[in-house]
Design a protein around this ligand. Structure first.
Ligand SMILES: [Zn+2]
Length: 117
């Protein structure tokens, strides 16, 4: 587990740790930047990346940390952010997304990416 605050240099260091054969989720105390986006970031995955960085500081201020984790795994599967605030893949403040919507194409993508032999 990584610890401390992660800025752009630390993020690049963590992303460089990936090997083509594995996916990883790092949990950090605080995440301050992600690909040019600054501020109080809850989680970061570059689309089609194999590494997700999750900020504990932000995650546990949300009502549903599992939604944030699933959102990042969605990026690992190649899903992009969506503008619909009800969607699992909505990019924005981690407002309560207890009923987060996932569409048929996204479900298919999750299945293909995580459950294919
Ligand atoms: Zn996103």
């Amino acid at each position: 587990m990584a610890s401390g605050a992660v800025g752009e240099n630390g993020l690049n260091f963590l992303l460089d740790q990936e090997s083509p054969a594995e996916r990883r989720v790092f949990v950090v105390r605080r995440l301050s930047t992600c690909g040019g986006i600054g501020g109080d970031i809850g989680a970061c995955t570059r689309v089609l990346g194999r590494v997700s960085i999750i900020s504990v500081a932000k995650l546990f201020r949300t009502d549903n940390p599992a939604v944030t984790l699933l959102h990042e795994l969605g990026h690992q599967a190649g899903l992009a952010d969506r503008p619909d605030p009800r969607a699992l893949m909505y990019r924005g403040a981690p407002t309560p997304r207890v009923d987060a919507a996932i569409n048929v194409a996204e479900i298919a993508r999750f299945r293909l990416f995580f459950w294919s032999p």
